[in-house]
Design a protein around this ligand. Structure first.
Ligand code: ZN
Length: 410
């Protein structure tokens, strides 16, 4: 890439040459990224969203962009901040974002040098541990990822930190043809595990299987979906097997169906669970370090990446999946509330094992309480389950509608 960025430049605080050298390595890295999709390299770049997350040991900043991305990082002290220069940068959305962890704020155009930078204001000196660009995949746009760790003032000013991430994993999914959305439906329990036992003695495993079959039929009846059941009959299935079946499908969405039981027979209503943030890190890391899976689990070729970079990519995918699952839960609840009695605080967060796939937005529907007479008799009724599943289909339709349109027009 030209843009006059290959030359080391001095920061405004008169940074020593080592800082400029590290910056140049970042520029080279981003130039390599741009070379992967050269036709887009000169297009205008618009920042769409800014996210930050405190990981205790480091803070991660993720900025989503439309268009390709070339970037350069300058360090400025007093007060501490990173200025990220992006040629042709435009900004949509709020021009300030509140920080998290080591970052106090992200601001667009604070330096007043035209519109080609944004500032990452820091709570203290940091070391830039990683800085790289991820290419767009599916509905996910180009992302700039920057990890910062606490450091001394000397380290900040010297800027001699290693930039360990060379570059971008290439997407395997870019040339995927338009296809039906694949929904994995997981009827909870089965075989030796009956699940909850109902007011009148009915088993949860039978209700979930019946509901799953109805959902499959309704989804496929639209012509827009393919549905895959994790079990077709009354067989026992480990939790990990359920997500593996879905992953092999490969499912765009994973929906696990359950019907709860509780000591208080007065409690009734449906609830929707997505993965709680705290529950997911260890599982995602374990998956990331299992080499045979890490190559494929997030639709990217990770074979040339270090374990460290794999962990970052899997973590990002997990975060994205959680966001999507939360979005879907909102759509589902919006549809379900028209027809079904909901539990208070309908959307809940938990660490259920079946929700932990970093590469599949996953949710679990507790359709009601079998310990409640009214819920139980409703869930035993085929027509009630049909109404419930029709609402689930409408929720999925809403969830998928924008990306289906986007895919057909690009
Ligand atoms: Zn259950």
């Amino acid at each position: 890439m030209t843009q006059g960025q290959g030359k080391p430049q001095e920061g405004e605080a008169g940074l020593p040459e080592t800082g400029a050298r590290a910056d140049r390595r970042l520029v080279l890295a981003s130039a390599m990224a741009a070379a992967l999709w050269p036709t887009l390299a000169r297009a205008a770049t618009t920042a769409q969203s800014v996210r930050m997350h405190d990981h205790n040991t480091h803070t991660r900043l993720v900025v989503e962009f439309t268009g390709a991305l070339d970037f350069k990082i300058k360090r400025i002290a007093d007060p501490y901040r990173l200025v990220i220069e992006v040629p042709g940068l435009a900004w949509s959305g709020p021009e300030q974002a509140e920080g998290a962890g080591l970052i106090s704020r992200v601001q667009y155009g604070r330096q007043g040098t035209a519109t080609s930078n944004f500032s990452v204001d820091l709570k203290g000196p940091v070391k830039v541990a990683h800085a790289f660009v991820l290419p767009p995949t599916g509905a996910t746009p180009t992302r700039l990822v920057i990890d910062v760790e606490p450091a001394t003032r000397e380290v900040f000013l010297a800027g001699a930190e290693p930039v360990s991430s060379k570059q971008v994993a290439q997407s395997k999914t870019k040339i995927e043809p338009v296809r039906k959305k694949i929904v994995a439906i997981d009827p909870g329990h089965g075989g030796i595990d009956p699940g909850a036992i109902g007011f009148s003695g009915i088993y949860e495993k039978d209700i979930t299987l019946a509901a799953a079959r109805q959902l499959k039929q309704r989804l496929e009846g639209t012509g827009r979906y393919k549905a895959v059941l994790t079990r077709q009959d009354d067989s026992s299935l480990a939790l990990r097997q359920r997500t593996e079946i879905a992953r092999r499908a490969p499912a765009d969405i994973f929906v696990s169906l359950h019907a709860d039981s509780i000591r208080d027979p007065g409690v009734r209503g449906l609830s929707v669970y997505t993965l709680s943030e705290k529950a997911s890190d260890a599982e995602a890391e374990a998956l990331a370090t299992k080499e045979n899976q890490a190559d494929t689990i997030i639709g990217m070729d990770l074979s040339n990446e270090t374990v460290e970079v794999r962990n970052i990519l899997v973590d990002l995918a997990g975060r994205e999946s959680r966001n999507l699952a939360t979005h879907l839960a909102g759509r589902l609840i919006g549809e379900l509330q028209r027809d079904v009695k909901l539990l208070e605080h309908t959307h809940r967060f938990a660490g259920f094992a079946v929700l932990k796939s970093p590469d599949m937005p996953s949710l679990l529907i507790e359709m009601g309480y079998l310990s409640n007479r009214l819920d139980e008799s409703a869930l035993k009724s085929e027509s009630y389950r049909g109404k419930l599943m029709a609402a689930v289909v409408r929720g999925l339709d809403q969830y998928f509608a924008p990306t289906q349109v986007a895919r057909q027009t690009t």
